[in-house]
Design a protein around this ligand. Structure first.
Ligand SMILES: *Cc1c(COP(=O)(O)O)cnc(C)c1O
Length: 371
């Protein structure tokens, strides 16, 4: 029995507010069950699975209104594997990394390798954003669209750098919940366990013709590239609706269901409107409370998919998160390494905006009783 019991009318109908893995809609699970016999346990080299992968690829292309020539590529390993693959197969000599949190920082580490020049790291403190700037000799400009560790969101636009320089955006927590002009990017990549409500383990990317040309050229250059991280394999297998080695099939089914749901409801514009509505509810609530402040000071940088809210010293955020958890509202703890007295709340597209309102009332109830 929880010490503080939140009344039922204040409880969200679904208590999952984590930033990944994140809420999986029951309809996604129904889709998984419906295809449990014709897809699960069958060969990934045969039509049922290949056709599903084909629907995922074309569904992503239409969701993001992919410009002509862009290709949807997927492979095993999650966003973290994409960073290593990019270090081998997308960065030619030097990357510039805008870093304003853990995920951006991890990509900067991944491109710090013996075969590349040290990356040009543009760092800004957590809670703000760093922006890329043109530098001669930089051939990849990289930053996260949404920094999940801090709840800061950056604009997406090409850098007027050297001809041929690529714009490479980590969209893991933004994709599917934030609108974007893909033509402003060469690689817009993500793992599907955030807005897509799938399971981890995969990465997907929308790649421009320039990115594909770079991948093919570096692959042929004689640079050593481990087989599982070879982007050329990812491109060529994806064209055949396959992956180099066996993919997990359940996450593909969950992903397929989410892509269909998004496309049926009006695509990215609809999704972005919904996540903006949810996140505004939280930011407005925090502005109105003496005990809460949005961590990201500049409203223009506040994420519409991951809201981070600092609590005043007298209110222990860990105790709030623990009490919420005891009442079935889970994963509102802040990013572990940020080390702040904070709640972090996902407002991904699957999360019902009405549940976000209920959550704010539940937090009020808990804070009042924690004293
Ligand atoms: C979750 C996340 C990642 C890590 O994804 P994995 O699939 O665990 O590798 C990377 N970047 C961002 C922005 C994320 O939110």
């Amino acid at each position: 029995m929880p010490e503080i019991r939140i009344p039922a009318e204040l409880l969200p109908l679904d208590g999952r507010f984590g930033c990944g893995p994140s809420l999986v809609r029951p309809a996604q699970v129904d889709h998984l069950v419906a295809h449990s016999v014709n897809v699960l346990g069958t060969s990934h080299r045969q039509p049922p699975v290949k056709e599903m992968v084909g629907r995922i690829r074309s569904g992503i292309a239409s969701l993001f209104r992919a410009p002509d020539g862009y290709e949807v590529v997927l492979a095993n390993g999650g966003a973290t594997a994409f960073w290593d693959a990019a270090a081998y197969g997308l960065v030619e000599r030097r990357a510039q990394n805008a870093v304003f949190g853990e995920f951006g920082s991890k990509f900067a580490s991944a491109v710090t390798t013996p075969w590349l020049e040290a990356p040009d790291v543009r760092e800004a403190p957590a809670g703000s954003i760093a922006v890329p700037e043109p530098v001669e000799g930089v051939d990849v400009y990289a930053w996260p669209h949404n920094e999940t560790s801090t709840g800061a969101m950056a604009p997406i636009g090409r850098v007027a750098g050297d001809p041929g320089a690529l714009t490479v955006v980590d969209a893991t927590s933004a994709a599917g919940g934030v609108d974007v002009d893909i033509a402003q990017t060469d690689a817009y990549y993500f793992a599907p366990q955030k807005n897509f409500g799938s399971d981890g383990g995969l990465w997907l990317a929308l790649l421009s013709p320039a990115a594909i040309e770079r991948i093919e050229r570096l692959d042929a250059s004689g640079r050593y590239i481990p087989e599982t991280l070879r982007l050329r394999h990812a491109v060529e297998n994806s064209r055949k609706n396959q992956t180099l080695n066996t993919p997990a099939l359940s996450p593909l089914l969950l992903l397929e269901a989410q892509i269909e749901w998004l496309n049926e409801h009006g695509g990215l514009a609809w999704a972005a409107e919904r996540t903006a509505r949810s996140s505004s509810t939280i930011y407005r609530w925090a502005d109105e409370r003496d005990f809460a402040t949005p961590f990201v000071g500049d409203p223009a940088w506040r994420s519409q998919v991951v809201a981070t809210i600092d609590l005043v010293e007298g209110v222990d955020a860990a105790a709030v998160a623990r009490t919420l958890r005891e009442n079935g509202i889970v994963d509102t703890e802040p990013y572990r390494k940020l080390g702040r007295n904070q709640l972090r709340i996902a407002t991904f597209v699957s999360i019902d905006p009405d549940d976000v309102s209920r959550l704010t009332r539940a937090i009020d109830f808990v804070v009042e009783r924690l004293g």
